[in-house]
Design a binder for this molecule. Structure first.
Ligand code: CTP
Length: 399
């Protein structure tokens, strides 16, 4: 792909070198267009060496070539990173006063921008309005993240990391914004059922697959509601985040989200049992040399959701099955997944083995995505697998 990387004058400009390197390494033809101010933060020698192309940010050189139109027409994708508050204002107003803004006004390529600035500037009504204007025009804005800023303070304003910019921009360019406007609900993590006021029945689920699903759904333009059951990891900037602890909390959150959901994906490890009567206060060993805890079954949440949608095909329901391989049972993973598909009345089941050396909390996974019409195997990072799951959901949503 022919990619034009615009760089504007902010301290995060030094990170743009990495964006260029990642794009050229992936085989793209990269041209770099820094503003004059960007060159105060990063040298043109660095940019030329990494892009293998010469740099000339001056609007008034090689005028006979009509440089701004040539650059605009030769790009399949434009990435501006970092995008400063001043650049956003000029771009939103159509103020073409340098080569980069001229190119942006003339190009028909897709445009991705990664703003970076102090929190106060990001929150300023002028910036908020400029971002809104650009978003409405179809520019893909990678909202800055929270973290350490240039000074001693922290807050929202840090540019998205180069690896993420490249990944998300390439997905956007390939037009896989196929979930734009879709409401995707993801319930992830592991529930906890109180034994007493300090102890609980829990499980090993880390929430990583759910987090990868949330990121992949956001990358495809979906509106994501993320229901997090006891997740300690950082959660992507979803549109709605609901934190829950027990199965009853999760049940309530799911039923609320159900109404507007196009799809509900349930990697959450849900406790099948809870204490019939959780103990008030704290259990003491001395008072209970022997202890019997009476457990009662929790409802099957997916089955409830499936019953609720009755004969409707919305929302699409996707369950997970973490299966333990048992010496005495020779049933294949696919057969087990198909049984869950039927029993729970869902549209797809993502199944994997959790024994056979595979443990919770890993970064890679190996699953079967089983739906009524197909069985797809997906292996790799949880983000890659999330994309395979979303491909299946997209097919279900289209059918
Ligand atoms: N699930 C649910 N409600 C429960 C338990 C599980 O909705 N009470 C969901 C999980 O979020 C997951 C799927 O059902 O998406 C499968 O969970 P699993 O524990 O494998 O299924 P169970 O029905 O509990 O079957 P098993 O007897 O194999 O544990």
């Amino acid at each position: 792909m022919r990619i034009l990387v615009g760089i504007t004058g902010g301290i995060a400009a030094y990170k743009s070198a990495n964006i260029i390197r990642l794009l050229t390494e992936a085989g793209h033809d990269v041209k770099v267009l820094p503003t004059q101010n960007a060159l105060k933060f990063i040298g043109s020698a660095t940019l030329e060496a990494l892009s293998h192309n010469s740099i000339d940010p001056d609007l008034y050189t090689q005028v006979a070539d009509v440089k701004h139109i040539k650059l605009a027409q030769e790009a399949d994708l434009v990435i501006v990173a970092p995008a400063t508050a001043a650049f956003l204002a000029r771009y939103a107003q159509g103020l073409a006063d340098d080569l980069l803004t001229n190119v942006l006004m003339a190009t028909e390529a897709k445009v991705v921008i990664a703003p970076a600035m102090h929190t106060a500037m990001w929150d300023h009504p002028a910036t908020v309005q400029n971002i809104q204007t650009l978003t409405n025009r179809g520019v893909f804005v990678l909202n800055p993240e929270s973290g350490r800023l240039t000074g001693s303070d922290t807050g929202i304003g840090r540019m998205v990391e180069p690896e993420d910019i490249v990944r998300r921009a390439l997905i956007f360019a390939k037009d896989v914004q196929q979930l734009a406007g879709k409401q995707i609900v993801i319930a992830a993590g592991g529930t906890r059922e109180a034994i007493d006021e300090v102890r609980f029945i829990g499980n090993h689920s880390s929430g990583k697959q759910g987090i990868a699903l949330a990121q992949a759904a956001l990358d495809r333009g979906a509106e994501v509601t993320f229901i997090a059951a006891n997740i300690d990891l950082e959660i992507p900037a979803v549109q709605k985040l609901i934190r829950v602890a027990s199965v009853s909390d999760l049940e309530q959150a799911l039923h609320l989200a159900f109404e507007s959901a196009d799809a509900i994906i349930m990697p959450a490890a849900v406790s099948d049992y809870r204490l019939a009567n959780p103990i008030i206060g704290k259990l003491h060993r001395a008072e209970n040399p022997d202890l019997d805890l009476h457990l009662t079954a929790n409802p099957d949440l997916l089955s409830e959701l499936s019953a609720k949608r009755a004969s409707s095909v919305r929302p699409v329901l996707v369950g997970f099955a973490a299966e333990v391989a048992n010496e005495s049972e020779s049933e294949s993973l696919e057969i087990r997944a198909r049984k869950k598909l039927e029993n729970k009345g869902v549209d797809a089941v993502v199944a994997n083995w959790v024994s056979r050396g595979v443990v919770f909390g890993q970064d890679d996974t190996d699953v079967l995505i089983v739906s009524s019409g197909s069985t797809i195997s997906a292996t790799g990072s949880k983000y890659d697998v999330a994309n395979s799951i979303l491909n299946s959901i997209h097919t279900l949503l289209e059918s």
